[in-house]
Write a protein that binds this ligand. Structure first.
Ligand code: NAD
Length: 302
């Protein structure tokens, strides 16, 4: 039987509706408006497109949002001063510095300068540490991993006691999602294995997975025969494998493929995310969710 397709587009739309209501409510009852600043350095087309998407969503949800564009040659000191300005701005609850930064700027130094209470990307070591400690310590969950967990939970997939295998150990996806899934509590409490480039037999680990989360950035890495029948497959990979003409706009657009051979895998898995339209739409949505939470925490709203 073909797998249930987990639509990130639909689940993200549902969460955005919930957030819109929440934003209207805290505005009406408490006069609080969530504020998000996105800082963009230079003119990298991919970065411009990511930042535009974040700003558009923030506006749709009723946020106070600022798009702060800075030239490619901004100095590290100037950028650190800018971050400090937003750290001290009470109308801003979330600060996002769009990566990658130009080579002359120390990325770590800039990310570590963001006030952990406004670090809605959850990249600051304090927030990474809180996530690892668990037990309600974490103020924010990193956006892509939080989106993955929401997809699993809202699709009604049992996580408690489940064998979760994560392919990839990056700080943005692999390590944090593994950390989230092993915590005690709702939507987690799983037995987690992380596999990576140093793993001897990738296939044998994947075959054990009740929930297989793949974030390697290698198109088609996970073969259909590695998938346990009836399991849940979350494909985080977004790989540009070519270009095609868009029927809507007539412009050339990238052809995107995941890390899993979707067409074959959907005949074996019980549930699976497509690429695009799976994890992707969840990332921005969880950024918005973190910003609303930050605004509520700052105002002492429960
Ligand atoms: P990364 O390159 O930082 O990490 C990839 C990880 O996969 C590494 O830890 C590496 O050890 C592992 N890996 C790579 N090749 C492997 C192989 N052959 N066997 C076993 N392990 C292997 O990448 P990342 O930032 O974690 O992103 C992973 C993918 O997810 C990319 O395609 C990226 O575009 C995508 N991504 C999507 C979203 C989203 O919102 N949808 C967000 C972040 C990343």
């Amino acid at each position: 039987m073909a797998a249930k397709i987990i639509s990130g587009t639909e689940i993200a739309a549902q969460i955005r509706e919930e957030l819109k209501k929440e934003v209207a409510e805290i505005k009406e009852k408490h006069g609080v408006v969530p504020g998000l600043v996105t800082i963009l350095i230079g003119e990298n087309p991919a970065s411009i497109s990511y930042v535009t998407g974040k700003q558009k969503t923030a506006k749709e949800l009723g946020f106070h949002s600022i798009q702060d564009n800075q030239p490619e040659n901004i100095s590290e000191e100037e950028l650190l001063r800018l971050v400090e300005k937003y750290n001290n701005d009470p109308t801003i609850h979330g600060i996002l510095v769009q990566l990658p930064l130009p080579k002359h700027i120390n990325e770590k130094k800039v990310l570590n300068a963001v006030d952990p209470d406004k670090d809605v990307d959850c990249f600051h070591p304090v927030n990474v540490g809180r996530l690892m400690i668990g037990g309600g310590e974490a103020k924010f969950l990193p956006c892509t991993p939080a989106g993955i967990q929401e997809l699993i939970v809202r699709s009604g997939i049992e996580t408690s006691g489940a064998e979760v295998v994560v392919v990839g150990r990056s700080n943005i996806v692999g390590k944090p999602i593994a950390n989230i899934m092993l915590q005690k509590g709702r939507g987690a409490n799983s037995t987690v294995t992380i596999v990576h480039t140093g793993t001897k037999d990738l296939a044998s680990h994947c075959r054990r997975a009740d929930i297989l989360i793949v974030a390697a950035g290698v198109p088609g890495l996970v073969k259909p025969e590695w998938i346990r029948p009836g399991s849940c497959v979350i494909d985080v990979g977004v790989n540009r494998v070519g270009e095609k003409m868009s029927e809507k706009t007539g412009k050339m657009v990238p052809i995107l493929k995941g890390d899993v051979d979707f067409d074959a895998a959907k005949e074996i898995a019980g549930a699976i995310t497509p690429v695009p339209g799976g994890v992707g739409p969840m990332t921005i949505t969880m950024l918005m969710k973190n910003t609303v939470k930050s605004a509520k925490l700052a105002a002492g709203i429960k």
